[in-house]
Design a protein around this ligand. Structure first.
Ligand SMILES: Cc1cc2nc3c(=O)[nH]c(=O)nc-3n(C[C@H](O)[C@H](O)[C@H](O)COP(=O)(O)O)c2cc1C
Length: 188
């Protein structure tokens, strides 16, 4: 079983909805176990447990929420450097397009990189002129089909990478999948 943790903070529910979609996508790969957790109920044992993590925060003043930063700041320092090699990806909701989601994604990735995670983004398109190269993003709650699909695809890709790279399941490699990844790119 590939073990996937979807860890998020959300002030008003929009990032939580993204997290639910990411978790749904992660569960689309067979032999995957998914934990969906708000930071208020997660601790270092969840980081220890997982093979892969999807980390989500609202965009607050162009960056991660202070609650998310605090959660990482308070992780037991003795665990730092001992969780290396797990797979990571990120997602964020802001109030508007151009509101700083990708800045937040980069900061979330910075947290993961610093902790030893191997991070990735999507090459797939989930709508015309819409991708999640730096993580899944939404303006407000995810409602458009392209936003929903990006969240689900991010979760699925996390499971695929965790299964491939951690468990050695070659059939789970993204390049061995048959679903459409670039149809929207061709339709530009
Ligand atoms: C303190 C604070 C700072 C915010 N900063 C930004 C911002 O920099 N850019 C933006 O587009 N929206 C900003 N917003 C709006 C939120 O990012 C947006 O409502 C988001 O969807 C909230 O996600 P949540 O429901 O998961 O908390 C801010 C909201 C708050 C409360």
């Amino acid at each position: 079983m590939a073990k996937i943790l979807v860890l998020y903070h959300s002030n008003s529910g929009n990032t939580r909805r993204m997290a639910e979609l990411v978790a749904e996508g992660a569960g689309q790969l067979e032999r995957t176990e998914v934990r969906l957790k708000d930071i208020s109920v997660a601790d270092h044992t969840d980081l220890d447990w997982c093979d892969g993590i999807a980390l989500g925060s609202p965009t607050n003043y162009g960056s991660v929420s202070w609650q998310m930063k605090k959660w990482w700041d308070e992780q037991p320092i003795e665990n730092w450097g001992r969780r290396d090699g797990k797979i990571g990806c990120v997602f964020s909701s802001a109030g508007s397009w151009g509101g700083g989601q990708e800045w937040t994604c980069m900061t979330l990735m910075s947290l993961l990189i610093n902790y030893g995670f191997l991070v990735f983004g999507l090459t797939d398109y989930t709508g015309p002129r819409f991708s999640a190269h730096y993580g899944a993003i939404a303006a407000g709650p995810p409602v458009e089909e392209r936003e929903l699909a990006a969240c689900r695809r991010l979760g699925l890709r996390l499971s695929e990478w965790a299964a491939t790279l951690i468990e050695g399941r070659k059939e789970a490699h993204p390049l061995n999948q048959t679903y459409d990844r670039f149809g929207y790119l061709a339709s530009e």
